[in-house]
Design a protein around this ligand. Structure first.
Ligand code: ADP
Length: 198
């Protein structure tokens, strides 16, 4: 069976969206497109893009929309994304939603579902502190975390209204074991007629 699912996973920092995104993409046989991962890989490799964005990431600011959208368009134009993909971390504000919509509608496509991982602020802060001690990400300082959470609430949460109007948002309780949460997401996607790859 050829998988076809165009998905977006959204949630505050520390919601576990990166982990769940990988699991869901694997189940559906689609690639994960994580803008944060793309930027971090470029920083690590010392590419011109990496040099351009390293200070932005460290502060927890957003990379300019046009640059980010261009990177995503390039990535989604690759063959492995022709039948589906899971976006993690993009779009992150309403300008990026407009960029993505324009790109997808140009291909006669649209998102099938937006998975919203719901986690209380206390729980996500706790998970972020743990991640900071385990992974040592340079943007997991108290200041950068607080700044990213502010941006999430101010700029990212509003994108759910736009997608909510299209009835494609699945709000998932993000508290529980990793397997329980994956099962909740799969059940929601299943209810939309989206089937895992076999
Ligand atoms: P988190 O969700 O914990 O903030 P991400 O890996 O999604 O982690 O993003 C890390 C950083 O990468 C962001 O703080 C931002 O600087 C940059 N970034 C990621 N996605 C985008 C985006 N869609 N637009 C602009 N900047 C982005």
């Amino acid at each position: 069976m050829t998988a076809s699912a165009r998905l977006l996973i959204v949630g505050p920092q520390g919601s576990g969206k990166g982990t769940q995104g990988v699991r869901i993409a694997e189940s559906y046989g689609i690639p994960v497109v994580s803008t944060g991962d793309i930027f971090r890989a470029n920083i690590k490799a010392g590419t011109p893009l990496g040099q351009q964005v390293t200070a932005i990431l460290d502060k927890g600011d957003l990379v300019p929309d046009e640059l980010t959208s261009e990177i995503v368009r390039d990535r989604l134009s690759q063959d492995d994304a022709a039948h589906g993909f899971l976006l993690d971390g993009y779009p992150r504000n309403t300008a990026q939603v407009a960029h993505l919509d324009a790109f997808l509608s140009g291909r006669g496509e649209s998102l099938d579902a937006v998975i919203l991982l719901d986690v209380p602020r206390d729980e996500s802060m706790e998970r972020l502190r743990l991640r900071a001690s385990e992974q040592g990400r340079s943007d997991d300082t108290e200041d950068a975390i607080a700044h990213r959470l502010d941006i999430y609430e101010r700029e990212t949460a509003p994108i759910l209204e736009a997608y909510g109007d299209k009835n494609i948002v699945d709000r998932i309780d993000g508290v529980g074991s990793l397997d329980e949460i994956t099962e909740r997401i799969v059940a929601a996607l299943d209810a939309r007629g989206l089937r895992v790859a076999v």
